[in-house]
Design a protein around this ligand. Structure first.
Ligand SMILES: C/C=C(\C)C(=O)SCCNC(=O)CCNC(=O)[C@H](O)C(C)(C)COP(=O)(O)OP(=O)(O)OC[C@H]1O[C@@H](n2cnc3c(N)ncnc32)[C@H](O)[C@@H]1OP(=O)(O)O
Length: 719
């Protein structure tokens, strides 16, 4: 899987051939080894150029191989043999040079990239470190601070930035392969030792220790328990302190630990889960590769609140014309200002001009007559949305799609008021919509495969991670979130504080605990939903609200907070205290402690100590248990889809894979046992009762997560 050719008389051109990204599989490594040996032996060959098939240099090691037993020539000695070769070796980088691909290029004596190439060492995002010499060669090439930044973040850099950093020697406007061949011919006969990065001395710099310490503190703070970024800093520190061979030894030791870790498994699982989510399928058999998406050139956005603004920005940035509608002139003006400012800021950052010409702001629905698709983002109110949907049908072309950004209302009920049920789907964005990566595409009972394909393709075009889900209250993400929130507030009743719960979740890896997140989102949002769903009504005792509603345990604490006007950050008070409305730093509020104590006293609850372990078990296992029910109900097509939703929409730590992967990693029988235990203690919380699918999987020997899909099919056929 490496092609060998002699070109221009004296150049051996070695082409990596393993589409789509020319990953360094065992066969590719073998091919490179044989080709290098042939080039070194061939007396006609005076220089060697490496490139990749289909204008993609190399996407790195073949990640699929990591889960099996590795075979074939190892990468480290292979790259060493390239570097040690007595003929100039030049990497011609087109498309991507990532991970092992860049490490291969660093083993070459020269590197040429074309303008569109991107380079990086993203191993840290897979729970690993660049262990084919990357942590030792890159610092020797570009210095410790720049290498630390690239290796600990896994950030991709453009060819231009790579040139500025000194990673590549040349950027070619046209073909990198042509430019590399010219460079190779021009350097024949020049000494190679100065070009061999491994021969360079350790990279000493003033206060190297201080720089590494600062990087360590930064990654520990940023990555919340992830091991790989810490190991990356340790390996780069070795490049600063030790000769190359010792540094390589350190790199290998650190990699050995990471490679076997559950964190690496979780992150590699997340990599493939994200890509598999794009391969959607519907219960009727329609799927991503048998359904055509429609082209969307013009879209409408109804409502310019926070969500509508973010959606409009995302569409325009992808080159789609947008007609943005509001019902009130003042709101239209403030929406216009906000959208324009967001686009201007973004354009300024990227050094381009803002695509404002793609935007039309109007109060008139008639301007929507020739759009291909509309995304409704009005207030979360079924009647209001129904009115908007029927008004849309009066002006839209008969074949225009109508999408709703509802976060959990019934898509079928909305579709029913239209004249085009097959053309109605949900597009559930997450706030802020121009930043958050997740998009749940919700298909209703009558949504056509073409409508789903169009929404999925549009989501991909605006750079979202899209997951197709079925229609139920809250869809996947918010349906699960409800149970996680329930557990959190029950624990406050039982004796915990918001700080304790949040600390346990943050130590687990969440960027923010659930109470901080609730304050950020606004506590009034859930309050409104609970009122609309009949959980709060005039029959509720205002002095001692019932803890039992609709036949199950209910915690009135969040409602009581809202009654006090504590809506979270926006009012300066929620579960925490803020310096002023809108400020972000959450501080403990003694009033909340007193409020919780009074509450427990009023209801005769004797507080008990709740450990971090209990917090994690009750939150994570409640999430996973609902995830199993969602799989039984066919609302999500696979556990991977659920995990992608939690990773990209709800801040689940990537090094824990997602709630379903976490359950599989902890062990399904352990999860079952714990749920049974908690359900025994809390029989008034039906959601803690282990799901049928979980029981079934345990009974069938807890198969690996990749096999759950077939067990789910069997479970259904037994129902
Ligand atoms: C030690 C460790 C070492 C030495 C390493 O090198 S670890 C690997 C480091 N490399 C990476 O992390 C790069 C991973 N890949 C990507 O970031 C992207 O795939 C890409 C930027 C290279 C291309 O992006 P895009 O064009 O959007 O395509 P997809 O992401 O959808 O990928 C297409 C298919 O290729 C599969 N793929 C990609 N990279 C690898 C890889 N390194 N090993 C195995 N397979 C890879 C990916 O899963 C897609 O497969 P399908 O879904 O189409 O089946």
């Amino acid at each position: 899987m490496a092609r060998y050719a002699r070109v221009k008389g004296s150049i051996a051109l070695i082409t990596l051939t393993n589409p789509p990204v020319n990953a360094l599989s065992a066969a590719v490594r073998r091919g490179i080894m044989e080709s290098v040996s042939r080039a070194l032996k061939d007396e006609q060959v005076k220089a060697v150029v490496f490139c990749g098939e289909n204008e993609k240099f190399c996407g790195g090691a073949d990640i699929k191989e990591f889960s099996g037993s590795m075979s074939g020539p190892p990468l480290v000695p292979l790259i060493h043999s390239i570097e040690a070769g007595e003929k100039p070796m030049v990497a011609a980088i087109e498309g991507v040079a990532l991970g092992g691909g860049l490490e291969l290029a660093l083993g070459c004596h020269y590197r040429v990239a074309n303008t569109k190439a991107c380079l990086g060492l993203p191993e840290v995002t897979l729970g690993l470190l660049p262990a084919a010499g990357g942590t030792q060669r890159l610092p020797r090439l570009i210095g410790i601070p720049a290498a630390l930044e690239l290796i600990t973040t896994g950030r991709h850099v453009s060819a231009q930035e790579a040139l500025q950093l000194g990673i590549v020697d040349q950027v070619a406007q046209g073909s990198a392969v042509q430019a590399a061949m010219e460079l190779a011919l021009s350097v024949i006969g020049q000494p190679l030792n100065p070009r061999r990065l491994s021969l360079r001395a350790p990279v000493w710099a003033p206060d190297v220790d201080g720089v590494c310490d600062a990087a360590l503190a930064q990654v520990k703070q940023r990555s919340r328990g992830a091991m790989a970024p810490v190991a990356c800093v340790q390996a780069v520190r070795a490049a600063a302190m030790l000769p190359y061979s010792k540094g390589m030894e350190r790199e290998r030791q650190l990699m050995d630990t990471l490679f076997r870790s559950g964190q690496a498994q979780a992150m590699q699982y997340a990599f493939f889960a994200q890509r598999n989510a794009g391969k959607w399928s519907l219960p009727n058999g329609s799927q991503w590769n048998n359904t055509r998406a429609r082209d969307v050139q013009r879209a409408g956005v109804i409502g310019l609140g926070t969500m509508g603004r973010g959606i409009a920005v995302s569409l325009v940035k992808a080159g789609i014309s947008v007609v943005a509608i509001e019902t009130d002139a003042k709101q239209l003006e403030s929406g216009k200002k906000a959208v324009t400012a967001m686009l201007q800021r973004d354009a300024q950052r990227r050094g381009v001009s803002p695509p404002l010409h793609l935007l039309t702001f109007t109060l008139s629905f008639h301007q929507l007559r020739d759009v291909d698709l509309v995304i409704e983002a009005v207030f979360e109110d079924m009647n209001l949305k129904k009115r908007v949907f029927s008004d849309l049908c009066k002006v839209l072309r008969a074949n225009s799609l109508i999408c709703t950004n509802t976060s959990g209302l019934n898509v079928d009920e909305l579709a029913a008021v239209t004249d085009r049920q097959p053309l109605v789907v949900g597009m559930h964005f997450f706030a802020p919509a121009h930043v958050m990566k997740l998009l749940e595409v919700v298909y209703g009972a009558r949504s056509s495969p073409e409508a789903v394909a169009t929404a999925m393709a549009l989501g991909k075009r605006i750079e979202k991670v899209c997951v197709a889900v079925g229609n139920c209250s809250g869809f996947v993400g918010n349906r699960m979130l409800k149970l996680y929130l329930d557990q959190s507030v029950y624990m406050l009743e039982e004796g915990a504080t918001p700080e304790q719960v949040d600390q346990a979740l943050e130590e687990f890896g969440f960027a923010m605990g659930i109470f901080k997140v609730s304050d950020l989102s606004g506590l009034d949002v859930g309050w409104r939903v609970r009122k609309a769903s009949g959980l709060i009504g005039p029959d509720v005792d205002p002095v001692k609200p019932s803890r039992w509603r609709l036949g199950r345990r209910y915690c009135p604490l969040p409602d009581m907070l809202c009654q006090q006007g504590r809506f979270g950050q926006k009012t300066g008070r929620g579960w925490y205290l803020y310096d002023s409305p809108g400020s972000k730093e959450a501080k403990s509020d003694p009033e909340i402690q007193t409020f919780l104590e009074d509450y427990r006293r009023k209801y005769g609850i004797i507080p008990r100590r709740i450990t971090s372990q209990e917090v994690i078990e009750r939150c994570a296992f409640a999430l996973a248990n609902e995830g199993f029910r969602i799989l039984e109900d066919r609302i999500a097509a696979s556990p991977e889809d659920i995990d992608v939703i939690y990773l990209f929409g709800y801040g689940w730590p990537r090094h824990r894979g997602g709630p379903m992967f976490y359950a599989s990693q902890v062990g399904l029988s352990v999860v079952l046992e714990k749920l049974e235990h908690y359900h025994r203690i809390h029989p008034d919380v039906p959601s803690l009762e282990p799901s049928r699918l979980l029981r079934r999987l345990v009974a069938e020997g807890s198969p690996p997560i990749q096999q759950w899909k077939s067990h789910i099919k069997n479970l259904r056929s037994h129902l």
